[in-house]
Write a protein that binds this ligand. Structure first.
Ligand SMILES: Nc1nc2c(ncn2[C@@H]2O[C@H](COP(=O)(O)OP(=O)(O)O)[C@@H](O)[C@H]2O)c(=O)[nH]1
Ligand SMILES: [Mg+2]
Length: 220
């Protein structure tokens, strides 16, 4: 039996940054993309998922990265870190160019398995978030919404925020999943890793459920 506690994302290594879609590696294997507004906590989350301190550069100056950054897991599996959107200081032309790039990537990249959208739990569902989700849904891509920086809210407020976001998401598509998350406080980290493992085919849904049952049993 596979040990579902091990983390297959620890082996992640920086592969390349693509300034345009034509620079991406061949459209083969499996990619899962991470998206979010600048400053949503995506880089910090990627470091937490991969259990590495500096894999993705975390930055307090939002909006710097305008590259599609790819991280290699194995010959067939990559994590795609999409450029943060919603940064006000970028010119309109550049914004429109990136919108085209992102929507084309989401709708035409065949190896793309799913999209994870990071949103600060205190500022969820901005127009640009909804736009990304809509592109993914119309391309029939599974979407998982991560409400980040959950440590900034008390536990009751976290639940209220999640419920309210879920209500909106259900109107877009019944299939969108969601969770609360904090990279700094390791809230929801295992849940996110499990979600990714299933998408990459590192484990199947049944194995995840079995390991969760085991944990519940050992707690009782
Ligand atoms: N309190 C808290 N702050 C976080 C968390 N994740 C990221 N941050 C902070 O939010 C800012 C933006 O994070 P970053 O990962 O660079 O966001 P990105 O632009 O989406 O990649 C940084 O100052 C991080 O330290 C979290 O889980 N909790
Ligand atoms: Mg970042």
């Amino acid at each position: 039996m596979k040990n579902t506690n091990n983390n297959p994302f620890r082996v992640a290594r920086y592969l390349m940054g693509a300034a345009k879609l034509s620079q991406l590696p061949p459209d083969q294997g499996v990619e899962v993309a991470l998206a979010g507004r600048s400053n949503a906590g995506k880089s910090t989350a990627l470091n937490a998922i991969t259990d590495q301190k500096n894999l993705a550069k975390t930055s307090k100056t939002p909006g710097r990265t305008q590259l599609i950054n790819l991280f290699r897991l194995d010959d067939d599996s990559r994590i795609t870190d999409l450029p943060g959107y919603g940064f006000a200081k970028v010119s309109k032309d550049i914004k429109e160019q990136w919108q085209t790039t992102l929507s084309t990537y989401l709708q035409e990249r065949l190896c793309l398995q799913a999209l994870v959208v990071f949103m600060d739990i205190r500022h969820p569902l901005k127009e640009t978030d909804k736009q990304m989700i809509q592109w993914a849904v119309s391309a029939d891509l599974p979407v998982h919404v991560v409400l980040s920086k959950a440590d900034k809210l008390k536990s009751g407020a976290r639940k209220t925020a999640l419920l309210s976001v879920n209500k909106h998401l259900a109107r877009i598509s019944e299939k969108i999943t969601s969770q609360i998350f904090s990279a700094t406080h390791k809230i929801g980290l295992e849940e996110l890793i499990n979600k990714l493992k299933v998408w990459y085919g590192f484990v199947n849904q049944d194995e995840i459920l079995a390991s969760l049952n085991q944990q519940t049993e050992s707690k009782n």
